[in-house]
Design a protein around this ligand. Structure first.
Ligand SMILES: Nc1ncnc2c1ncn2[C@@H]1O[C@H](COP(=O)(O)OP(=O)(O)OP(=O)(O)O)[C@@H](O)[C@H]1O
Ligand SMILES: Cc1ncc(COP(=O)(O)O)c(N)n1
Length: 278
């Protein structure tokens, strides 16, 4: 019997296949872990935006979680879109009892700007889920919403990252710089002691639907396989950069990332340690 590692995604759907649960499962498959999914919301969306949202009742969310955790215990869990505080409480209750690595992608908006989480649930995310997280993966606007800090340079990135770990209780944070400007896309990992930057060349493309989901799913898969956080982020960054470089011109809007892009040619990622002096 091969040593099968499993990973679970708890998130919303994308019937057009580029983001959410669908992107996560495709990524798990490419990273060679057994993928499982629990759906929080059914989202009618495509490359042009979000058309409608139907939330799963919390009792049914609970039932799906029970189906998984009473049978196949995942080595790592990621959460994406979670629309309400009740859903967050339900998921937190299960994660409290779990030993799995937990990667929280604090999804707030779709790329089109459509809200995927109630504005009144942001504090709930901080109080119920951030303290349980092995890693939180906000983009710049999400980190600003979580911390109230305006982020526009390396110093403000570091201040926000420290707040998420030291004040809100996450074990580590990966603050993604995809939304910032410049020739390079740099992300910052803070583990409570040191910062490590992961940098790749910025790809000039509008086809970036699902980048955040793909990245956090790849990191989740690598943690499920037993890699260190540092190694998992490095592999995840290479994977998402290849997925963006070879992204697909599908649909009428922002096309999806290419989950088999890494098979075409690997894009180099620079990793640099920054030791903090307190
Ligand atoms: N044009 C690009 N070229 C290369 N890397 C990119 C580009 N855009 C984003 N990235 C990288 O992709 C990963 C996802 O980052 P991003 O900040 O876009 O996440 P996200 O905002 O959660 O995704 P989304 O905008 O799809 O919701 C990060 O590693 C980021 O640096
Ligand atoms: C259900 C769902 N979850 C997340 C996102 C954001 O996508 P991403 O940040 O990966 O582009 C999305 N569009 N839909």
């Amino acid at each position: 019997m091969p040593d099968v590692r499993s990973a679970l995604t708890i998130a919303g759907t994308d019937p057009s296949g580029g983001a959410g649960i669908q992107a996560d499962l495709k990524t798990f498959q490419e990273r060679e872990v057994y993928g499982m999914s629990v759906i929080t919301s059914l989202v009618a969306q495509n490359t042009t935006g979000v058309q409608a949202i139907h939330h799963v009742p919390v009792t049914f969310l609970e039932q799906q979680l029970e189906s998984i955790f009473s049978d196949i215990i995942p080595a790592a869990v990621k959460t994406g879109m979670i629309a309400s505080e009740e859903m967050m409480q339900c998921i937190a209750a299960v994660l409290h009892k779990s030993k799995a690595a937990y990667i929280m992608d604090p999804v707030m908006y779709a790329k089109s700007g459509h809200a995927l989480m109630g504005e009144d649930s942001r504090d709930a995310l901080k109080s119920h889920l951030v303290p349980l997280a092995t890693l939180v993966t906000p983009n710049v606007p999400e980190a600003e919403e979580l911390t109230g800090i305006r982020i526009d340079d390396e110093s403000s990135i570091k201040t926000a990252a420290k707040r998420i770990v030291r004040e809100y209780g996450a074990k580590a944070v990966l603050l993604k710089g995809g939304h910032m400007e410049g020739a390079f896309a740099a992300d910052w990992l803070y583990d409570g002691e040191n910062f490590t930057s992961f940098t790749a060349e910025r790809v000039q493309t509008k086809h970036t639907h699902g980048t955040g989901c793909t990245y956090s799913a790849a990191i989740t898969a690598e943690l499920a396989k037993g890699r260190s956080l540092q190694q998992a982020v490095k592999v995840g960054k290479e994977f998402v950069t290849d997925a963006i470089r070879y992204s697909l011109q599908l649909g009428k809007g922002n096309g999806p990332t290419n989950h088999w892009g890494y098979r075409l040619k690997s894009v180099p990622v620079q990793e640099e340690q920054h030791h903090e002096v307190y």
